[in-house]
Design a protein around this ligand. Structure first.
Ligand code: GAR
Length: 191
């Protein structure tokens, strides 16, 4: 069983989908979520995780150096003995202090083709450009935003979408199904 630590900054809908996938879905018998870390005390995902019986802690990033935040996060992850660190709406760039501590063991989901869009506002970008199809990218994480070797991508059909809300709804539905599948591929790539 792979031990996963999930890092969030907000709502945590991908986190919730992964907890579910570990219990009854694509990751059942393959992985378990041992800890959720939020860098924001007001992240809605914290309560969602706890309601699911998963330990969730805040390691605040605001008002601290990147080094202080990352040292504390690395220590917490080492303490639980994680095999993979899964970023799920974790909205903060990481430095080599963190990424070098877990080489090839950190993955992220980004709701665009990372060759064409990185950072915030990926669904807004797809909507404003009226893309007929956008992509969800799951990739290994380095010290740049939404960068690193791609594990897998999935298409989101946006034809006929009539609002940004609809674009997000369709995209998130793909994210929630796809992240668990892509994680399995990442496990196979790294071993
Ligand atoms: C998701 O759409 C995720 O792909 C995106 O933030 C949202 C978090 O939602 N991540 C990025 O844009 C990374 N650059 P969630 O908290 O409900 O999973």
């Amino acid at each position: 069983m792979k031990r996963l630590v999930i890092m969030i900054s907000g709502r945590g809908s991908n986190m919730a989908a992964l907890i579910e996938a570990c219990r009854t879905g694509a990751l059942h018998g393959i992985a378990e979520v041992v800890l959720v870390i939020s860098n924001r005390p007001d992240a809605g995902g914290l309560q969602v995780a706890r309601e699911q019986g998963v330990s969730a802690v805040v390691i605040p990033s605001r008002g601290r150096t990147r080094e202080a935040f990352e040292q504390e996060a690395v220590a917490a992850i080492r303490e639980v003995g994680a095999d993979f660190i899964v970023l799920a709406g974790f909205m903060r760039r990481l430095t080599p202090l963190f990424t070098d501590a877990f080489p090839g063991r950190i993955v992220n989901i980004h709701p665009a083709d990372t060759r064409f869009h990185r950072g915030l506002g990926a669904y807004e970008w797809a909507w404003e450009n009226r893309l007929p199809v956008t992509k969800i990218t799951v990739h290994f994480v380095n010290d740049k935003i939404d960068d690193g070797r791609v594990v897998a991508q999935a298409d989101v059909d946006l034809r006929g979408a009539r609002s940004l809300e609809e674009v997000k709804r369709r995209g998130l539905a793909v994210e929630h199904r796809f992240y668990a599948e892509a994680l399995k591929m990442a496990f196979d790539l790294v071993g």
